[in-house]
Write a protein that binds this ligand. Structure first.
Ligand SMILES: [Zn+2]
Ligand SMILES: [Zn+2]
Ligand SMILES: [Zn+2]
Length: 258
């Protein structure tokens, strides 16, 4: 399968509105970050989106996305779901399955309540088929997808394991019970907000520590804020002397996962 980073930034995005710091004014295109999201393209033609942030439409245009089989929601924070209305052209013919935890499913039903009321017919509403993702996971085409419970501060969120790729954004801890779900991960994508500790996100060092415990074949960092430039994060990855290659992700980066 092939995975594309649609966005790799924290909730503000980078550049941050009104900020003139070195990263927000950087000429390196890898320092411009839309809100975090990935697109998974399976070998059987499957198209699965993880999160739909506020820039979803722009991200989908850049990726040449013309259809979707499902959306997986990590949690209902605005930076992960407020692009859901823009799936409208992709669900004209059938409702689009959107998977989330039970509480996040309820929150989405409330947030997008207009989509489930009568009126505004004729393409004005996304046809969302909100579903609670079962603990045992789901299969979409030939893709096996498993929810991975995570802690985002005190809030429960889901990471997702799709085949041998584990996408763990917005987390400050991985519960011990989730570790067996990550065994054998080839490509690990991990939240790494900044160098300083944060109450609801992994710092760089915490991300490295978690990655060492998971032992993937390769590590990408995401959900990055404007504290660090791409080059600085790469230097930190190199200095961490991890037993596998590690790099900051950037918008538009694509990788193959067996
Ligand atoms: Zn977030
Ligand atoms: Zn800035
Ligand atoms: Zn969040």
């Amino acid at each position: 399968m092939r995975v594309r980073f649609l966005g790799t930034g924290t909730s503000h995005g980078v550049p941050v509105l009104g900020c003139t710091c070195a990263v927000c004014t950087s000429r390196d295109s890898r320092d411009s970050r839309f809100r975090s999201s990935v697109l998974v393209r399976g070998r059987g033609g499957e198209r699965v989106l993880i999160d739909a942030g506020p820039e979803f439409r722009l991200q989908a245009l850049a990726a040449g996305l013309d259809r979707l089989d499902a959306v997986l929601i990590t949690h209902a924070h605005a930076d992960h779901v407020h692009g859901l209305d823009d799936v409208r052209p992709l669900c004209k013919h059938a409702p689009l399955p959107v998977y989330a935890s039970g509480p996040d499913r309820d929150e989405l039903a409330e947030r997008f309540s207009y989509a489930f009321r009568s009126g505004q017919e004729g393409g004005g509403k996304p046809r969302l088929d909100l579903r609670v993702i079962p603990d045992e996971g789901i299969r979409i085409g030939k893709l096996d997808i498993l929810p991975v419970p995570l802690l985002h501060g005190e809030r429960l969120t889901f990471g997702y394991r799709v085949g041998c790729m584990s996408y763990l954004t917005d987390c400050s801890a991985i519960p011990p019970a989730s570790m067996p779900l990550l065994a054998g991960t080839h490509t690990l994508v991990l939240d790494a907000l900044r160098r300083r500790p944060h109450p609801t996100h992994f710092s760089l060092d915490q991300a490295f520590e978690a990655a060492r415990a998971i032992q993937p074949t390769r590590l990408y960092l995401t959900h990055i804020c404007h504290d660090l430039a791409h080059e600085e994060i790469q230097e930190a990855c190199d200095q961490a002397c991890l037993p596998f290659p590690a790099a900051p992700a950037y918008d538009g980066l694509e990788f193959e996962c067996p």
